[in-house]
Design a binder for this molecule. Structure first.
Ligand code: SF4
Length: 223
């Protein structure tokens, strides 16, 4: 059932909100039943800082595909230490069990199924116990993300979904990261604008380094 954003923010125009105000609105209305989906990219460096500055007990979760870059796991550990938090982890069946059922190198043979097992399924489990989630999606990352609202009802998962950085540019993100001296995934500085699993991510601008050379552009988390 579609729900109006007015329910959550008393009729205010959320599109005029700053990113910080969107984060505050989610916390005020939904904490502790709201969580940040964290993939340890630069957008999450910003959102972790905004969120935990306002609510040190704010919740954060990650989808561990077990195929993330060592640099990503290192930033994961770094932010847990910096903010004194424990990121909640959601994951699919073990790689051994997946290989036994589907064979090796599923990411090459059937990336949609691979993402369904390693990402989309665990996301559903993460969201099932929440009333709202916060994402680092930005409109200029890809044409398919151009209409992303700052806050809306997520019909598929039946909870509120906020993308506080929806109208931020890459430069906006970097300016905030540098001003606050935040931990950031070093792969960005090596040409990876978007960072996912090792098998499916190459350097590139926007999201062109994700599943490069194929038709796939999204893993299904924000479809
Ligand atoms: S990004 Fe690649 S390796 Fe990761 S879950 Fe999707 S298809 Fe599998």
């Amino acid at each position: 059932m579609e729900r109006s954003v007015a329910e959550l923010v008393g009729g205010a125009d959320v599109e005029s909100f700053t990113a910080e105000r969107v984060v505050e609105a989610m916390l005020e209305a939904l904490h502790p039943d709201v969580s940040l989906a964290c993939s340890f990219q630069k957008e999450e460096s910003v959102l972790l800082d905004m969120l935990l500055e306002r609510e040190p007990k704010a919740r954060v979760f990650a989808l561990d595909t077990h195929l993330l870059f060592p640099e990503t796991y290192a930033v994961w550990r770094e932010v847990e230490q910096r903010y004194g938090i424990a990121v909640e982890v959601f994951e699919g069946p073990s790689l051994g069990r997946q290989a036994a059922i589907h064979g090796d190198a599923l990411w090459a043979r059937n990336p949609d199924l691979c993402c369904a097992i390693r990402k989309v399924g665990p996301l559903g489990a993460a969201l099932s116990a929440l009333r709202g989630w916060i994402t680092g999606v930005r409109r200029d990352q890809a044409p398919g993300r151009a209409a992303t609202p700052k806050l809306g009802w997520d019909e598929r998962h039946e909870l509120w979904k906020a993308s506080p950085l929806a109208d931020w540019t890459d430069d906006d993100v970097w300016a905030y990261v540098r001003e606050r001296d935040l931990p950031v995934n070093p792969l960005h500085e090596r040409g990876y604008a978007s960072i996912g699993c090792t098998h499916c991510t190459t350097p590139g601008t926007g999201r062109e380094g994700r599943w490069a050379g194929g038709d796939k552009t999204e893993c299904g988390l924000h479809a």
